[in-house]
Ligand binder design. Structure first.
Ligand SMILES: NC(=O)c1ccc[n+]([C@@H]2O[C@H](COP(=O)([O-])OP(=O)(O)OC[C@H]3O[C@@H](n4cnc5c(N)ncnc54)[C@H](O)[C@@H]3O)[C@@H](O)[C@H]2O)c1
Length: 300
């Protein structure tokens, strides 16, 4: 019953969000959005958080380059988002792909205002450090950390001469507290927060802001893939419920649009004095622990 209630609330709020997005798109074409005439490059934008952010940015007046390793999905997403979205194939483990994507933005639009290093992968690895698979560790670091550093490097290359820019990265609640995910993924996300702080320290001198967003678990293909490996015997809806039930904030669930809203704020001039920041979007999950003491009258 509780689960059904949660599910219903989720679908009502999702259709509400879709309506709000359509309304906002209409409004922004008439009034100009928060990112009017800005150019954004988003890695991993064919799906999930990246796609929701690309949608949000376009609805706020931006032109978006969708850079993703998944060509078919990326092209479909770009078609769906219309003429202000362009797809480019990009594997973030290949520095030349990132460099090409940045150069493509410059050749098409003459500028790059926002670089969102969002692409990342999960990994199912043994829970104990003793059994750590170092090859898998390297692969995850290659995408989740090296890919982010390369993205910032090439964005900075074109932003420094202009003396402005906003760089975003997707970290995670698993990079805020230990124990939420297995070591490899968690370490990669702690590293993203470190990358952001280290590079914000240099790039502030050039008027470039660098921030990251740490989402709570969201049932995107990324998280659902993990769930189906851990719980292969139950269906997709049950996986969604397990993810949503892990949250602490009553009555709402973490959705891609919540991260897109955070990204819109950080990318826009509303955050013109925010840099080196890790914006945690987790309903309070990493801020507290509750002591589940029994009620006084239950203790004899
Ligand atoms: N969903 C969650 O629960 C959650 C929570 C915290 C952080 N994150 C982070 O959010 C980011 C986006 O994940 P999502 O949940 O939207 O997942 P998703 O699976 O919906 O999207 C990830 C996208 O990244 C692309 N991608 C994967 N490897 C790539 C590579 N080497 N080069 C370029 N693109 C690549 C995929 O094709 C896909 O389109 C990731 O960095 C992830 O670690 C997700």
């Amino acid at each position: 019953m509780l689960r059904r209630g949660l599910r219903n609330r989720g679908s009502i709020s999702y259709s509400g969000a879709l309506f709000a997005e359509s309304f906002h798109r209409l409004l922004s074409t008439q009034t100009g959005g928060k990112l009017q005439d800005k150019v954004a490059l988003i890695t991993g934008a064919a799906s999930g958080i990246g796609k929701a952010t690309a949608t949000k940015f376009i609805n706020n007046g931006a032109k978006v380059i969708i850079a993703d390793i998944h060509q078919q999905l990326g092209e479909e997403t770009a078609r769906e988002l219309g003429s202000n979205a362009t797809f480019i194939t990009c594997d973030v483990t290949e520095e030349s792909h990132i460099s090409n994507a940045v150069d493509f933005a410059i050749s098409k639009y003459k500028q790059l205002d926002i670089m969102y290093n969002n692409a990342g992968i999960a990994c199912k690895s043994p829970l104990s450090i003793v059994d750590l698979d170092m090859a898998l560790f390297d692969k995850v670091m290659d995408i989740n950390v090296r890919g982010v550093v390369a993205g910032i490097k090439h964005a900075a290359r074109v932003m420094i001469p202009r003396g402005s820019g906003s760089i975003l990265c997707t970290a995670s609640v698993t990079g805020v507290m230990g124990g939420i995910a297995q070591h490899t993924y968690s370490i990669s996300k702690f590293a993203v927060v470190g990358v952001v702080k280290s590079l914000a320290a240099e790039l502030c001198r050039h008027g470039i802001r660098v921030n990251c967003i740490s989402p709570f678990a969201i049932p995107t293909p990324f998280a659902l893939g993990e769930m189906s490996q851990i719980f292969p015997h139950v269906d997709r809806q049950r996986h969604v419920d397990i993810i949503h039930n892990a949250g602490v904030l009553k009555g709402v669930n973490c959705e891609p649009n919540d991260i897109a809203n955070a990204a819109l704020f950080l990318a826009s001039d509303n955050a013109k004095y925010v840099s080196g920041h890790n914006m945690v979007v987790d309903g309070g999950f990493t801020s507290f622990k509750n002591l589940h003491f029994p009620a006084p009258d239950q203790v004899q």
